[in-house]
Design a binder for this molecule. Structure first.
Ligand SMILES: *Cc1c(COP(=O)(O)O)cnc(C)c1O
Length: 231
């Protein structure tokens, strides 16, 4: 099999899983966007995925993302940044990202806004919500979300797109995604335009779709296993 055939088969399997999950939830497949998480994989894979109909691509490290975006400019893709974001990387990320999924603190809102205005870009921002007490995976506690949402809405150059979460490690994802659905609904009651719910990865996209995910972030199921990266 060529790499393209490989990716095509993986994509077909992912689309089939999404179709089944949508049918079970009484949702239309149009409501769910596949965001291909291409971290650790080459720009050539991004190109093949684009040929296969992928429109949305995500990366989690600025250095790798910036290089890959540079090689794929002609493809007209929507680029998502899904990794933890340090303020010193904000200028670079704003130069290529269309959507940032990992906004979890006020300082980041301030920095993103400043750079978006400077670059004359409009950036869609998702607030990453921490669904468990695990440290180090990013995300604002649910109690802190309303204030962060207000700050985002007030910030020039930024739009509040919705929420993002990663299910707790080693636990049933369903209760966490149900909690996220409640959080997303209460956010929409104040900010109706914040419709995006970024949840679900290769291992738990069904549970996320059952709970209203609009964007599933799929790496392994599309591209195969990643080698451990030494930082
Ligand atoms: C790597 C990554 C994914 C994709 O994970 P898979 O299990 O490989 O599908 C999704 N979201 C984030 C934030 C990631 O860093």
């Amino acid at each position: 099999m060529t790499r393209k055939e490989d990716l095509a088969a993986n994509l077909a399997a992912v689309r089939e899983r999404i179709a089944k999950a949508c049918a079970a939830a009484g949702r239309s497949t149009d409501e769910v966007t596949v965001v291909a998480v291409t971290k650790t994989f080459p720009a050539s894979d991004v190109r093949l995925l684009a040929e296969l109909g992928i429109t949305d691509v995500a990366e989690n490290r600025d250095q790798e993302a910036a290089a890959k975006v540079g090689e794929c400019r002609d493809l007209g893709l929507t680029w998502h940044f899904v990794g933890q974001l340090q303020t010193n990387k904000v200028r670079s990320v704003v130069s290529y990202a269309d959507v940032v999924h990992s906004v979890d603190r006020k300082r980041l809102v301030t920095a993103l806004s400043r750079e978006a205005v400077h670059a004359e870009r409009s950036l869609s921002c998702l607030i990453q919500v921490a669904l468990d007490d695990a440290e180090g995976r990013g995300g604002v506690r649910p109690a802190g979300l309303p204030a962060l949402a207000d700050a985002l809405v007030a910030a020039d150059g930024l739009e509040l797109g919705g929420v993002m979460a990663v299910a707790p490690l080693g636990a049933d994802p369903a209760p966490a995604f149900a909690r996220l659905a409640e959080i997303a609904a209460s956010l929409r009651s104040v900010h109706p335009a914040a419709k995006m719910v970024s949840a679900g990865m290769s291992g738990d996209m069904e549970q996320a779709i059952a709970c209203g995910a609009t964007h599933v972030r799929v790496g392994t199921a599309l591209l195969g296993g990643r080698r451990a990266i030494v930082r």
